[in-house]
Design a protein around this ligand. Structure first.
Ligand code: NAD
Length: 252
């Protein structure tokens, strides 16, 4: 079950957190993993872990928000069976304290970054006659989170983009889904706490954990397990779906 042997997977932001966990698991399941990363060092660290475990991985240093370098990476790879649009950035602020520059940057990375990868990957998938796309949405795509205007707007766009792409490319055997995690314990969360609550890190970690109905944050590996199912042939009937991985956040 869930064997990815012979598949080429491109995972954006595979140098850290959820993208790292997905890269490691997909490689363990037999995929050749291409990590598209802003941080070449972080990407290389994941690729080294994969190689040491006997898997195959390559790093491509690129900023997803820049179309030409992203296209060059996909052209060089030449085949994409699986695309995971994972790279993303956070921003804290409501309408009054989100500047135009803040909104632009979050959109450039979270929305245009995913679009740039789709724009490069979908023609390859069409040529191949099949492909799978998985987008990292968020509970922010579904519920009102305080002080997360730009981030929520960007993740709402990811949800809508997922459905649009699923509809447009179903006839080409290209499936497109998203996952919507609540808080996952990654450097993304640690960085957020360190930046916004200096000196209160332990307290804030506890508070954020307890704010999840299930009483803790998710582990990156728990997101990777769902990603593996959705990107595997076993999920061949699943497209145009968003899967919350939220410890009960949305409905309870
Ligand atoms: P992370 O910060 O730990 O890792 C993100 C990775 O993306 C980093 O390695 C970073 O270098 C890379 N990256 C950032 N900007 C990039 C760019 N412009 N081009 C290429 N690579 C870039 O983040 P994470 O917590 O693993 O989150 C991954 C995804 O999951 C994000 O889209 C995030 O919005 C989403 N998500 C995270 C959580 C959470 O609580 N951690 C919850 C819901 C959704």
């Amino acid at each position: 079950m869930f064997n990815l042997s012979g598949k080429t997977a491109v995972i954006t932001g595979g140098g850290s957190g959820i993208g790292r966990a997905i890269s490691l698991l997909f490689a363990r399941q037999g995929a050749t993993v291409h990590i598209l990363e802003l941080s070449a060092d972080a990407g290389q660290a994941t690729a080294d872990e994969i190689s040491q475990a006997g898997g195959t991985a390559q790093v491509h240093a690129a900023d997803v928000s820049q179309q030409a370098p992203v296209k060059a990476v996909f052209d060089a790879i030449g085949r994409v069976d699986i695309l995971v649009n994972n790279a993303g950035i956070a921003h804290v602020g409501n309408v009054e304290n989100t500047s135009e520059a803040d909104l632009d940057r979050v959109y450039q990375v979270n929305v245009k970054g995913a679009y740039n990868c789709l724009h490069a990957a979908v023609p390859l998938m069409k040529q191949q006659g099949a492909g799978v796309i998985l987008n990292l949405a968020s509970i922010a795509s579904h519920v009102g989170l305080s002080d997360r205007l730009a981030y929520s707007m960007s993740k709402g766009a990811i949800f809508a983009m997922t459905m649009s792409v699923a509809r447009d490319y179903m006839a080409h055997s290209i499936r497109c889904n998203s996952v919507s995690p609540a808080r996952v314990h990654t450097p993304f969360v640690d960085g957020f706490i360190a930046k916004n609550y200096p000196g209160q890190e332990a307290e804030m970690f506890e508070k954020l954990s307890k704010s999840q109905p299930i009483g803790r944050m998710a582990k990156p590996e728990e997101v990777a397990a769902l990603a593996l199912y959705l990107c595997s042939d076993e999920a061949g009937f699943v497209t145009g779906c968003d899967y919350p991985l939220d410890g009960g956040f949305i409905k309870l």
